[in-house]
Design a protein around this ligand. Sequence first.
Ligand code: NAD
Length: 510
Amino acid sequence: MTLSPTPVAAPTHVKDWHAAARDLSPEAEAFIDGRYRPARSGATFATLNPATGRILADVAACGEADADAAVAAAIRAFETGSWSRAAPAARKAVLLRLADLIEADADAFALLETLDMGKPIRDSLAIDVPAAVRCLRWFAEAADKLYDEIAPTRGDVLAMIRRVPVGVVAAIVPWNFPLVTAMTKIAPALAAGNSVVLKPSELSPLSALRLGRLAAEAGLPDGVFNVLPGIGAEAGRALALHDGVASLAFTGSTAVGKLLMTYAGRSNMKKVGLECGGKSANIVLADCPDLDRAVQAAAMGVFQNQGQICNAGTRLILERPIRDEFLEKLVALVRTFEPGDPLLPETRFGALVSAAHAERVRGYIAKGLADGATRLTGEGPPAAGLVPETCVRPTVFADVDNSMAIAREEIFGPVLSVFDAGSLDEAVAIANDSPYGLAAAVWTGSLARALEAERRLDTGFVWINTLRVGDITVPFGGVKASGSGRDKSFHAFDSVTHRKSVWVDLSASS
Ligand code: NAD
């Protein structure tokens, strides 16, 4: 997920979000074949507001029978051709209508994101919902701009290379940017003519469930778009093992990504597109052209969304001559990030997604201290407006080396590890000494050093004198344990389409 490293402007409209939250009645049933329905077993799971610990909804806990029903509906819809063989321009019109409906319902979607996973309402309004709408519009527009190819064969044959939809795409997504991440999977899949079964995280299912109603209203035929809420090891596993699913579009942890590869091997060898974890390095060299900008980016690049960002620059590597000045500025800035009630428009730092996740993050902070790293920020009283269980203050550790757990493992919370380096060589060596390979950044005034670093950094993307910028036109994805898929841009169509080669013998035609 890619966001601006600059602070988000306050929402332009002021509203009593607590009152709006009381009036909201979220959809809590699965959306299969164009209608909402409970899980076949009748089972439910509670989704909580992490800022208060209160239950928001009891959501259908789908299992194998529901996955079967959703995949069967998706296959039926695919085979009728009403979507899969519709003119791309017709699909475009429906998807643009869906984007308009989401935009018109932006406040409700933003509220659901904030209530379900604890992010500040200003971020949900300014980042999450607009990014999801932009993504959907871009892929809708792309639907009728994809051309097939004719191969340069000899003249008495015609060889066409057609891009065809795979059939049923199962999109399995995490909780940190629930709506946007879902959209990066479902928008290209639907634009290409597939049917989709979306499995949202059990920690944040509500925005995905609301999408079902809007998809029907926009005119998506029944069965083309389905939402299957449930526990990962049940609903997610059933989809991943399903022989009717042709492609898995996954964003989530490396551990689950590896499992999905085995599920594909144990079932029908479905395609698997993986966007997994990260431990990205942010290298600031002594000739950094604008230290204040780099400080701002380093802080926002790791503490936005309470640090729950896959491409966060969680390993800050400072060349020694600027280390002390950089750290002084960074600490002063990070101390201004006061956690608070996510529903207040002024809040910049909210709750972590769950008490269990916050406990895991606290465990890493304890390990950092035990391993001898120096904590520079992160201590303080419980914050007002949040239950203590999900509140973790932005924590900066200095004097970190690559043998420590806080340096090697993905924490997925507000913890920044700072390293010192004596040279570009040393910085690149630290950066590459990681199982992950999602992203890296380098700050320098020298184009030659920047490009030298870029060439040697073993990651899916590199930022030079910036951090965590992105655009729907630019592919997003990693290497190594960060996965192999590419979201965004025309490359996103690769995991939801096949290339079919068609040979015509022209000499045989009359
Ligand atoms: P997760 O892997 O625990 O869960 C992701 C999804 O997989 C959820 O919907 C979950 O229910 C499902 N799942 C869990 N077990 C499953 C199983 N056995 N079979 C099928 N599905 C299963 O990840 P999370 O905690 O929700 O999200 C955090 C992780 O996501 C972090 O590692 C983060 O780096 C990663 N992430 C990566 C990107 C990226 O683009 N590279 C973006 C956002 C998040």
